[in-house]
Design a protein. Structure first.
Length: 105
């Protein structure tokens, strides 16, 4: 199955993509250097941002280890409800709960 990409609700063909890119470059050319720097990223900056963020943010200690656990449907429902209420991910809530449990031990 081929995925169809769209831009502003219309199918994105090679021709439309080229026009969109040309328009964006023309807009950049019309901007002052200072304004253009604010709206663009230096080469290579996207590479640094790919993948999951380090645990602990940018100051994290390196890659994290993934741990899989099984939980009941009821516990998963409670976890998802808490995640929705607090606007946090399941992983953030689970990490905080493990840290709190280990500190209390």
């Amino acid at each position: 199955m081929t995925k169809t990409f769209t831009h502003k609700g219309k199918p994105l063909t090679d021709e439309r993509a080229e026009k969109i890119a040309a328009d964006a470059l023309a807009d950049l050319d019309a901007m002052s250097d200072n304004e253009a720097r604010k709206r663009t990223r230096p080469p290579g900056s996207l590479v640094k941002r790919m993948g999951r963020p380090r645990v602990g943010g940018a100051e994290g200690t390196g890659p994290s280890t993934q741990v899989r656990v099984r939980v009941s449907g009821e516990l998963l429902g409670q976890l998802d409800a808490q995640a929705a209420r607090s606007h946090r991910s399941r992983s953030e809530i689970i990490r905080d709960a493990i840290e709190a449990h280990l500190r209390a031990s």
